[in-house]
Ligand binder design. Structure first.
Ligand code: PAF
Length: 285
């Protein structure tokens, strides 16, 4: 596996591949890789001739109160894993090259990024769509794979690609879970063993909501009340949001009449955890 740090070197390699008709699969990451990332890599491998993974802890998607320095990093281990998984290139750009002095260009997806994480992390999605647009221009991917745990991020990226006529196919990958059900995330590294037990409530409350709907409940308030009460019983858990939304428009849903996204974000100790589930009332696919 080759590691490339320079933007122009990455672009030259991508141009060469494209000229030869070699298709490029891409998985953008912020590193500290887990099996969730590796599942995206496997998917990219199935869909393309070569695979590029980027590792870049992107400063523009962190807000003022969010400590980017504290974000977990282990480049050596990440590179070992990516070598094992047969990745062709890991692109690890320098921050000063990604954001040149005087940088002033941003990509913003409007409505889709207002609710949910957009409300609690103003500016976050603008940072994400900007860096992903830049990475697409550098890696020149034919196909890029993103995890559905960050469901709103995936929708925003799909919207950006459609609105700006970007020539890249976006593929979503289902959430990968630990054996105890917790959604894989680099932020799980912040959890103590007790906090981890509390964090299990996110997945369990999603299970409970699905059960309620399977048993015939359609009223959004009733479902959310049950979810919130299950979450609130977790010691040290603070709900950021628990909401039912349309899975394409992210409009609020009060009565379940088709596939509906139940999206959760909660603080457990120092970690802000996300989870979600698409819940479809029986017979309403
Ligand atoms: O999902 C992430 O890890 C990041 O938001 C991404 C897509 C790599 C952009 O920095």
């Amino acid at each position: 596996m080759r590691v490339i740090e320079s933007i122009s070197e990455m672009q030259q390699q991508a141009n060469m591949w494209r000229k030869e008709g070699i298709t490029i699969g891409f998985v953008p990451t912020m590193g500290y890789l887990h099996d969730g990332h590796l599942a995206l890599v496997k998917k990219a491998r199935q869909l393309s001739d070569v695979v590029v993974v980027s590792i870049f802890v992107n400063p523009t998607q962190f807000g003022p109160g969010e400590d980017i320095e504290r974000y977990p990093r282990d480049l050596k281990r990440d590179l070992g894993l990516l070598t094992e998984y047969g990745v062709d290139i890991t692109f690890v750009p320098y921050s000063h090259e990604m954001y040149l002095q005087g940088y002033q260009t941003y990509v913003e997806v409007k409505e889709l990024t207002q609710p949910l994480c957009g409300r609690s992390r103003p500016g976050h999605f603008q940072g994400v769509t900007t860096v992903v647009a830049k990475l697409f221009n550098i890696v020149k991917a034919d196909v890029a794979v993103f995890g559905e745990k960050d469901f709103q991020q995936l929708l925003a990226i799909r919207r950006m690609v459609a609105d700006l006529n970007m020539d890249v196919e976006i593929v979503g990958h289902p959430i990968v879970r630990e054996t105890d059900g917790i959604a894989m995330s680099s932020r799980n590294a912040y959890l103590s063993p007790d906090e981890r037990q509390t964090a299990l409530r996110l997945n369990r409350s999603l299970d409970e909501a699905r059960r309620l709907v399977e048993d015939g409940e359609r009223n959004g308030d009733v479902i959310l009340e049950r979810v919130r009460s299950m979450l609130e019983k977790g010691r040290g858990l603070r709900i950021d949001y628990a909401e039912l939304r349309h899975p394409e428009s992210l409009q609020e849903v009060s009565l379940l009449e088709g596939p509906t996204l139940l999206a959760l974000a909660a603080y457990v100790g120092k970690a802000r955890l996300l989870d979600n589930r698409l819940i479809t009332p029986p017979g309403m696919n």
